[in-house]
Design a protein around this ligand. Sequence first.
Ligand code: CDP
Length: 219
Amino acid sequence: MSRMRGMIIAIDGPAASGKGTIAKLVAEHFGFHCLDTGLLYRAVARDVERAGFRLEDTWAAVSYARGLDAATLDDPALRGAEAGDRASVVAKIPEVRRALLKYQRAFAERPPGAVLDGRDIGTVVCPDADAKLFVTATAEVRAERRFSELRARGDTTTGYAAVLAAIRERDARDSGRADAPMKMAADADLLDTTQLGIEAAFDAAVGLIKRKIGQQGAA
Ligand code: CDP
């Protein structure tokens, strides 16, 4: 098959690992398009609830996934950890995942290149990506990051323990589901950001990607 597509960089990992920020900076660095695929699942959950259905309603979730309007992905209502928690409920449904595949794959092929971040980019959406990173950090450190974000937004009611519990619950739901569970692809590079600030994590990501792409060029 001829390779008309651009370069594809897959970035997966759990909530608050830093993958979204890293993906945006990496895309800017290389001049590539960037897709936060979590927004697709967040938008499906939003549309299901707005229409008055339960998130567990498979029929509703599948039909809203099939009819998703990508122009609505910059909706501020999609931000925040709660929208992410709701997204992980519809993300368990295999037909929802299948309905969102085509859009993600078409985006990934956009020249000159694309960075996609999510849970299953390196394993399911783009198994032939040119570089794959699995970005992680301990649950405690990820909870601290979420907790500081909440404080910065003026939320003083949610305690650290509740944030940590929510992170653990989401990790379990995303890793434990049968279809496209969150897991590191065999050919991905691990980037642990537990001890890294965003600058250092970005530098490490670019280093790993360049090494991977360089190896391919030499092959
Ligand atoms: O930013 P954060 O990591 O908290 O969330 P997100 O990346 O926006 O993802 C929200 C939820 O969508 C995740 O917990 C997953 O359940 C689901 N998701 C997925 O299943 N597959 C993806 N490629 C991206 C997100």
